[in-house]
Design a protein around this ligand. Structure first.
Ligand code: NAP
Length: 287
């Protein structure tokens, strides 16, 4: 299988088994094709899932072409989750609250969107730490991105007792906090003193930026702000500087593999309206 296809390929598309895919940039590292193709094979379905490197200004045309070429559905990843929201009919309340989608189903020329990142995240926290998200005081680093917004909205809707939003562009954290005025949500600047105060009253720290994926990236926060009582969850599923810092501080740490699995299983169910073969998908991800 090719590492990824492009918009030029979609323009010149020949009908074939690929009728599902991941649209984003970068996509080459994604494990979604391994997971979804294992699920499709297990269910005896002929369609296959592939990666598409699609730039921000190409998303509208790419979605139109997928619909015209009889695709069943797609997932959206960085940087399309927020932009994609405006291009589809959104069915569920959670995606509307998040202002972001990660899954689209094509049906008779129409595009229906949903967000499986949020429900997938709830299941991932339960599986990784054997706790319920609704019982935790949560801090989200990178709350302004598509995935960060989904996590923040999930925590707000789950009724977490406290939620702190941190983002490099502080105005995005403030705007997001204002979207849930009836909840205890605080936007905090990304600097050591403010972070230290907030982390002293946090159970779960969620890292939702791509920082740390490149070998020379710094950790997103100083290691000394982390403590053994913290649960730390990195949405990224490579070894990251954040997880290394968390383990060094004695905190419990989990990578985004569990979220990848559960959001993918829910996407599969959105496309095919049947239960996903979870054990097979998990095995394809290697855990
Ligand atoms: P996105 O929409 O592009 O958002 C990126 C976020 O990271 C923004 O908050 C951005 O802050 C911040 N950021 C980017 N570079 C930064 C830097 N150098 N320093 C500080 N903050 C920085 O991306 P996304 O879709 O939310 O994805 C974020 C990460 O989560 C990706 O690495 C993705 O692979 C991962 N993810 C994993 C799963 C899973 O299933 N495990 C699901 C979704 C996403 P600004 O707002 O200031 O630009």
């Amino acid at each position: 299988m090719r590492k990824f296809h492009t918009l030029a390929d979609l323009r010149d598309w020949k009908p074939g088994p690929i009728r599902l895919g991941l649209l984003g940039d970068p996509v080459a590292h994604s494990l979604s094709p391994e997971m979804q193709n294992a699920a499709l094979a297990e269910c005896g379905f002929a369609p296959r899932y592939a990666r598409f490197r699609i730039l921000p200004n190409e998303l509208g045309e790419a979605l139109r072409l997928c619909a015209e070429r009889d695709f069943i559905g797609v997932n959206l990843t960085v940087p399309h989750k927020v932009a994609g929201f405006a291009l589809v009919e959104v069915e569920d309340q959670f995606a509307r609250q998040a202002g972001a989608i990660n899954t689209i189903r094509f049906e008779e020329g129409k595009l229906f969107g949903t967000n499986t990142d949020g429900p997938g995240f709830v299941r991932a926290i339960r599986e990784s730490f054997n706790v319920e998200l609704r019982d935790l005081r949560v801090l989200v680093l990178g709350a302004g991105g598509g995935a960060g917004q989904a996590v923040a909205a999930t925590c707000a809707l789950a009724g977490c007792p406290a939620l702190t939003l941190v983002n490099r562009d502080f105005t995005k954290a403030q705007t997001l906090a204002a979207r849930f005025p009836h909840r205890q949500i605080l936007a905090v600047p990304w600097e050591a003193t403010s972070l230290g105060k907030a982390l002293a009253q946090t159970d779960l720290i969620v890292h939702a930026t791509p920082l740390g994926l490149q070998p020379n990236d710094p950790a997103p926060l100083p290691c000394e702000l982390l403590a053994p009582c913290h649960l730390t969850y990195d949405l990224n599923y490579g070894p990251t500087a954040f997880l290394a810092a968390a383990r060094e501080a004695g905190a419990r740490a989990a990578s985004g593999l569990t979220m990848l699995l559960h959001q993918g299983a829910l996407a599969f169910e959105f496309w095919f309206d049947r239960p996903a073969p979870l054990a097979v998908m998990r095995r394809a991800l290697g855990f």
